[in-house]
Design a protein around this ligand. Sequence first.
Ligand SMILES: C[S@@+](CC[C@H](N)C(=O)[O-])C[C@H]1O[C@@H](n2cnc3c(N)ncnc32)[C@H](O)[C@@H]1O
Length: 283
Amino acid sequence: MEKDTILYVLTKSQEYLGKRQIPNPRLDAELILSDVLNLERIKLYSNFDKKLSELEKDNYREKIKARGDFKPVAYIIGKKNFYKSNFIVSDKVLIPRPETEELIEWVSKEIIQGDALSILDICTGSGCIGISLKKDFPQILLTLSDISNDALEVARLNVTAILPEAQVNYLESDLFNSISSDAKFDLILSNPPYIPIEEKESLMADVLQYEPHLALFLNEPESFYKRFFFGAYEHLTEKGSLYMETHSDWAAKILQIGLDCGFKAGKIKKDLSNKDRFVKLTK
Ligand SMILES: C[S@@+](CC[C@H](N)C(=O)[O-])C[C@H]1O[C@@H](n2cnc3c(N)ncnc32)[C@H](O)[C@@H]1O
């Protein structure tokens, strides 16, 4: 195998990442190389003999080293494919997860094309939930909200990149604290932080070391959900609904808290791994 070709550097970096116990070393090496060369991943295969320039080699080496230190690929290349779009990500936002795509599929089934629903994606992070919905239902009136201004900046970049023509509202707010009581939404959607602090030690190194803890952990789940549900109830229109992703051990408890906060009906939905993952509450 000739030195410095695509095949050569892929083989070497796969070996390196494998020794560092990275779970999918070949896939990660390909994703990173495809980004460095600005070449679709599939095209690496038809260019195995192409040689990398010195600059490309240095850039690739640095990124592979970062992956060897457990930095997630999405943060290294600055993007993550989610639902039907490529989202910009930085270490200020959670990397969108596949389960959350199931939340969007569920909500999508309940929206009628053409309805100008007012929708709030609260705890929006990269904006992946709200932006994905607005891409499929352009008529919705979308508001994205997060406690982190840095996260909202990433959400703005994603709106500009994915929905350049769209009008979207942004609110920096600790849950509903800074959202005007006049603001009413037909649907509130959320994937809030939901990992109990006690589970911290069981997380993979790439999650624990690199993803924002503000996006992951909940210190006092019960008071957080009460605050969430009272706020959501106040900001939903008459027959509005809230859809939320949850910790699989908590769905039943969360549903009950929602009903205790005044919601009339509720439902739990399992994810593809058969775990109780989503809760819907209706006013
Ligand atoms: C689990 S991430 C979800 C991000 C995105 N919605 C997704 O599904 O990938 C949770 C988000 O909630 C935000 N957050 C945490 N506490 C919050 C609070 N009290 N009020 C509003 N947003 C909060 C974090 O900054 C983070 O962006």
